[in-house]
Design a protein around this ligand. Sequence first.
Ligand code: GUN
Length: 279
Amino acid sequence: MYQIIDGKRISQEIKDELREKVAVLKEQGKTFTLAVIQVGNDPASSVYVGNKKKACAYIGIESLSYELPQETTEDELLKLVRELNNNSAVGGILVQLPLPEHIDEEKVLLTISPAKDVDGFHPENVGNLSIGRPGFVSCTPAGVIQLLKRSGIEIEGKECVVLGRSNIVGKPMAMLLLRENGTVTVCHSRTKNLKEITRRADILVVAIGKPKFVDASYVKEGAVVIDVGIHRNENNKLCGDVDFDSVAPHTSAITPVPGGVGPMTIAMLMSNCMNGMPK
Ligand code: GUN
């Protein structure tokens, strides 16, 4: 029988721990303010941003909301980011992605002060992660590590295969698994003999962005499978990068979609905010 890793429960557990810590710091007069910027009104982004603000309210973190019109220029957005960088009352800055096409995403992420980069997207934080120095870590891969640890799954010495090499998930995921002393392989769209490699995995993290791409033929019997994907299928139902029904019986533990990795991203964002609070 396999374990279904309950991301909803684990994320709630983390949020409750953070809420207690934030309350203690608040009593000492220490607070944290997160500035959340959204440009345009992409419906998925609006849901994510709404959930982030809700989580802030639950934990006791202040949130400042900047809902800018689709026509906002790159210069206007950069000006706002610089103002927030210089505003000592603001502890964290989050610019929701994707940005409209006329705005250079990289330029915006580079402008956010690394000390306020609670998403962990700035190259300085990415670099710190890769050389084992403290810094903000990208929330989704950090959430995967918490799911594994809090489900009693050991990473040290395990064959870990990451399917996908994005800057936000695949690459930081590999770095974090390495930091936990896993033996890490990263696969991507040009990888040859993909199944041969994924079938070696004790822990397989799938972040390839293709609905139900991974079926049972990619998975070793008894492996742990973590599904980072989220898609809507033809019936408007949510599904992941993994074909859950065919894969689950071959695993020892697996994350569902929804209710697996998804809820962890916001919990880890809150954790990053809390860690950024004055000590
Ligand atoms: N868009 C989708 N996921 C994320 C995220 O984790 N952070 C930001 N800023 N934008 C996103």
